[in-house]
Design a protein around this ligand. Structure first.
Ligand code: CP
Length: 303
């Protein structure tokens, strides 16, 4: 058993095996059934990640022990680490956790005393979103069959996006040419190690993949929210008709969702032929099956 906290802690060979395992599940390969127990602890709201982990767990045969952080003893002040020790003591093997604190798992892993379940990171603050990253990789690989030399641009609120942080690094490691666009105050300086910051329309017709990011109103300051102008943002950084039509025929559009329609992407292109947004959600179940199997180390592939 092992934790799954950051896709960039996994070597490239294992990432490719995870992608292939997810695609095998998608093609109908049946997983071995487990008799392990899992709890999903979501301290931040979620539709896709929460429900697709539940679906993946069902397909793998996990027993689910339901814990709602808001109605658990954490509301009485019990710490996350004591909650995890408690869950392990009563027989929970795996804990899937989404938390608003970036790198929440570091304090958990450094705690001494009783054992905790194996941890799967379902998104930490503005840190990492490794299961979203794997499903994005599955979606790109399904389209192109490789990553080397693909021109991939991530557009939007890079500063607050854990998806962007996970993807920028792993896609560069896998050989993609990464570029980034967005409002200047939302461009994290350290992203320059992964690729160049460019004007959104630069060499647009050469792009293979464009990933749009949700404007994370819940993470930006009140002042930024007050001055945010939807129409201006959409005109500067959104997918409109002209940009859609100028993409090459095989190019694809992605977004981790939820999408702010008519902000990051014009409503009419959210489900247009080049969009893979709902396919990403479908692939999320298979990617999360592969991740849970990897955590259990019970799959047929040798990692
Ligand atoms: N993409 C994503 O993480 O969506 P949810 O917040 O709905 O899980």
């Amino acid at each position: 058993m092992r934790h799954f906290l950051n896709i960039n802690s996994v070597n490239e060979s294992d990432v490719l095996k995870l992608i292939q395992r997810a695609l095998a599940f998608k093609s109908g390969v049946q997983p071995d059934q487990t008799n392990l127990t899992v709890s999903n602890l979501f301290f931040e709201n979620s539709t896709r990640t929460h429900s697709s982990f539940q679906m993946a767990e069902n397909k793998l045969g996990f027993q689910q022990i339901r814990i709602e952080p808001q109605s658990s003893s954490m509301s009485k002040g019990e710490s996350l680490v004591d909650t995890l020790k408690t869950l392990k003591a009563i027989g929970v093997d795996v804990a899937v956790i989404r938390h608003n604190v970036t790198s929440w798992y570091e304090s958990v892993l450094s705690a001494e005393g009783h054992a905790i379940p194996q941890l799967v990171n379902a998104g930490d603050g503005s840190g990492q979103h490794p299961s979203q990253s794997l499903l994005d990789l599955v979606t790109i690989y399904e389209q192109f069959g490789h990553f080397t030399g693909l021109n991939i641009r991530i557009v939007g609120d890079l500063m607050h996006s854990r998806v962007a942080r996970s993807n920028a690094e792993i896609l560069k490691r896998l050989g993609a040419n990464m570029t980034f666009s967005g409002p200047e105050n939302w461009l994290p300086k350290d992203f320059s190690q992964f690729g160049e910051f460019v004007a959104i329309d630069k060499e647009w017709e050469q792009l293979d993949v464009v990933m749009f990011l949700r404007v994370q109103h819940e993470r930006i300051t009140q002042t930024e929210n007050q001055i945010f102008l939807t129409k201006q943002y959409h005109a500067k950084f959104g997918l409109n008709k002209l940009r859609y039509e100028q993409l090459k025929a095989q190019a694809i559009i992605m977004h981790p969702a939820p999408v702010n329609r008519d902000v990051e992407i014009a409503d009419e292109f959210v489900e247009a032929p080049k969009s893979r947004i709902f396919e990403q959600m479908t692939n999320g179940v298979f990617a999360r099956m592969a991740i849970l199997e990897y955590t259990m180390e019970t799959n047929h592939a040798t990692y």
